[in-house]
Design a protein around this ligand. Structure first.
Ligand code: ZN
Length: 150
């Protein structure tokens, strides 16, 4: 993408250098490694390349099957939680449903070994609950009595 960039001009070199950059090796280190491999490329060149290199698009969420019960339950629950009045969270009857949503997320997470962390949904829920309950301190602190969900 850059004019006159030795690294961009050499796809094989580009691949190797970017792999090294991804490992957070220094420009000087990468330069030395390349020299050992027979390709002279200065730390400056690597530095310049690092500035204009194009990163692959960030990991996209893995495509899920269109009809996935766990996903459906989770999404419906999430929508429902968002639509609930603030005090609904405190109603005991609501909590088994919340437990189901969390279990649904657990099932999803088991299948997705990717980066969609276990905690993402829990944190989202906590944040949503926090908002609903008018807490200002975010998901870290949720006041009130703890109730076992499971
Ligand atoms: Zn370049």
């Amino acid at each position: 993408m850059s004019l006159g960039c030795k690294i961009c001009d050499d796809l094989a070199l580009k691949k190797v250098v970017e792999e090294e950059l991804d490992k957070h090796n220094t420009y000087a280190f990468i330069s030395r490694v390349q020299e050992h491999r027979g390709t002279k490329v200065s730390p400056e060149t690597i530095s310049n390349h690092a500035k204009h290199r194009e990163y692959p698009p960030p990991d996209e969420k893995p495509a899920l099957p269109k009809r996935d019960l766990a996903v459906l339950v989770r999404d419906k629950m999430y929508d429902a939680i968002e639509a609930l009045p603030a005090d609904a969270m405190l109603i005991k009857d609501f909590q088994p449903a919340l437990g189901n949503a969390i279990r649904a997320q657990g099932a999803i997470d088991k299948r997705e070994t990717k980066k969609v962390g276990n905690q993402t949904f829990i944190l989202q829920l906590a944040a949503a609950m926090g908002e609903r309950l008018g807490l200002t301190s975010g998901p870290d602190v949720i006041e009130g009595e703890a109730t076992e969900l499971v």
